[in-house]
Design a protein around this ligand. Structure first.
Ligand code: 5GP
Ligand code: MG
Length: 175
């Protein structure tokens, strides 16, 4: 499969993604029960996983919000984190679930956690579909993740290569 000048091969099937999302949603639902959490979906990459997970969790009185963060240019993580869209939701005393597509160096999640820590929220947990432990440089606990993967560049199911490939039902890795 080609996107622009790069060739990708299948890495995680749609079936495996769906099964894992279901599994995560059951754990998250049991964890929050009647705590009315707010899911914060980190755009752009997490919009597909976030929607899927939020819908599968079906936690009573849970809400969803969005935050847009940029740290990647093409295939490289830039050191600088840009907040492009910030929610104006009142979040004091609320339970926050940060929803990420992938945790790589951890720079993005570190920045996002710092933002929430300033807001006197009741709790902050992280759920990420993918996690690259070999590259992770921070100590925040990633409470839930779908798949632990090597340092390959991946696309699909919301993740892009230079803006393309987000519509793919499966996850592909660089060949
Ligand atoms: P970190 O800040 O942890 O280094 O990187 C996190 C962000 O970088 C993710 O939210 C995602 O947008 C992007 N990213 C990291 N690794 C990959 C990858 O393999 N593929 C794609 N498409 N994006 C990635
Ligand atoms: Mg992301």
């Amino acid at each position: 499969m080609k996107i622009k000048n790069k060739t990708f091969e299948i890495f995680i099937s749609e079936k495996d993604i769906k099964a894992k999302t279901k599994e995560l949603s059951e754990e998250i639902k049991d964890f929050y029960l009647d705590k009315k959490p707010i899911f914060f979906i980190i755009l752009d990459g997490s919009f597909v996983f976030g929607a899927d997970l939020f819908q599968k969790c079906k936690i009573k009185n849970s809400e969803v919000e969005f935050m847009k963060i940029k740290s990647y240019e093409g295939m490289n993580s830039t050191e600088e984190l840009k907040i492009i869209l910030k929610s104006d939701k009142e979040i004091q005393n609320r339970h926050i679930i940060i929803v990420e597509d992938i945790i790589d160096s951890g720079l993005t999640i570190d920045g996002v956690i710092k933002i929430f820590k300033k807001e006197k929220v009741k709790s902050i947990e992280v759920v990420s579909l993918l996690y690259k432990p070999d590259n992770y440089k921070y100590n925040h606990n990633i409470k839930w993740y779908g798949f632990s993967i090597p340092n390959d560049f991946v696309v699909g199911y919301g993740l892009d290569y230079d803006g393309f490939g987000r519509e793919l039902n499966e996850i592909y890795k660089l060949k």
